[in-house]
Design a protein around this ligand. Structure first.
Ligand code: GDP
Ligand code: MG
Length: 302
């Protein structure tokens, strides 16, 4: 059953992606599935965060088009079941496209945020990996808005974009430290509203004092102002999860595979391995010698 799904996933079947996403969301994706689907290229993971009502969903909706215009495939993981992006769909396999309904380069999923302070859904890291393995080049994450200082967002995303509204200048003063710690780019959103210019000046003055200074821009999902510039900024940021992270993931997979083989060789009574272990216990071979010899045996095992 899962094998069929993986097969369809490999052939670019978005419904298979949706199914695997549902399994992942419930923490039911078999452990070795991700390994089997390992992607070669990390996606650019961009988190859009900010308080409820600041316009995260609206902006993400517009960004989909901007990203698609660059010829990049994009997945949206909205940690907000009420997100209008997914038509307010609750959990399930519902997949709705923004813009062209049959655009294979777009995948949207809304997820329930974890209860408590978290602005993220459970198992989001696994879902990001799934999107990458499917060939998505950009993953946009809409956070639930709560707990915007959440460092988990920072750990998962390459770029964190924090939206502020014109009238929340005061909030910024209060939360300044936390805001600058978590945000890579600050956006004074709803730039079409009165007071935007003043808020922009205020935020920029504060952001320039941060170390390193945080870029600030004005944007509006309503008018489209600043969206191209926002994407240019985001695309120009270095990927935080560099290739070495991918290598580390592989190393972990190798270690797990070795542990599995070692245990089954012991349990299955592979003679050479058992002998080595007992000689090591007696102290007649060093750990390094024993490990090298066991590796040889395990790797040459038919
Ligand atoms: N004036 C203005 N209103 C906006 C803009 N973007 C979103 N809104 C409105 O702000 C409200 C909240 O938007 P939404 O995207 O759901 O915010 P979220 O809760 O952060 O996801 C809605 O009524 C939107 O129509 C904008 O650029 N300008
Ligand atoms: Mg929303």
């Amino acid at each position: 059953m899962i094998e069929r799904l993986i097969e369809r996933f490999r052939h670019g079947d978005r419904l298979a992606l949706a199914r695997l996403m549902s399994l992942a969301a419930r923490g039911e994706l078999p452990r070795d599935t991700l390994g089997a689907l390992q992607s070669s290229k990390p996606a650019r993971v961009v988190a859009i965060t900010g308080s409820g009502g600041v316009g995260k969903s609206s902006l993400v909706g517009r960004l989909i088009t901007v990203v698609r215009d660059q010829g990049l495939k994009v997945a949206v993981l909205a940690c907000d079941p009420q997100s209008p992006l997914s038509g307010g769909a609750l959990l399930g396999d519902r997949v709705r496209m923004a813009g062209k309904p049959d655009d294979d380069g777009v995948f949207i999923r809304s997820l329930a945020a974890l209860s408590g302070q978290s602005a993220l859904a459970a198992h989001l890291d696994t879902m990001i990996r799934l999107c990458e393995a499917f060939g998505m080049e950009v993953v946009l994450i809409e956070t639930a808005g709560a707990g915007q200082g959440d460092t988990a967002v920072h750990a998962l995303a390459d770029v964190v974009v924090l939206l502020l509204q014109p009238e929340t200048g005061d909030d910024l003063q209060r939360e300044k430290a936390g805001v600058f710690e978590v945000a890579d780019v600050l956006v004074v959103h709803k730039a079409d509203m009165p007071g935007a210019e003043q808020a922009f000046a205020q935020v920029r003055a504060a952001a320039e004092l941060a170390t390193p200074p945080v870029p600030v821009l004005k944007a509006s999902a309503r008018t489209g102002e600043g969206l191209a510039e926002l994407w240019r900024l985001v695309a120009g940021r270095p990927l935080r999860r560099q290739a070495d992270q991918v290598d580390k993931d592989l190393l972990v997979a190798i270690q797990e595979e070795l542990a599995r083989r070692f245990e089954s060789a012991l349990a299955g009574g592979v003679k050479g391995v058992r002998d080595l272990v007992s000689r090591w216990r007696q102290g007649s071979v060093s750990s390094h010698e024993a490990a090298t010899a066991v590796l040889d045996l395990l790797l040459n095992e038919p």
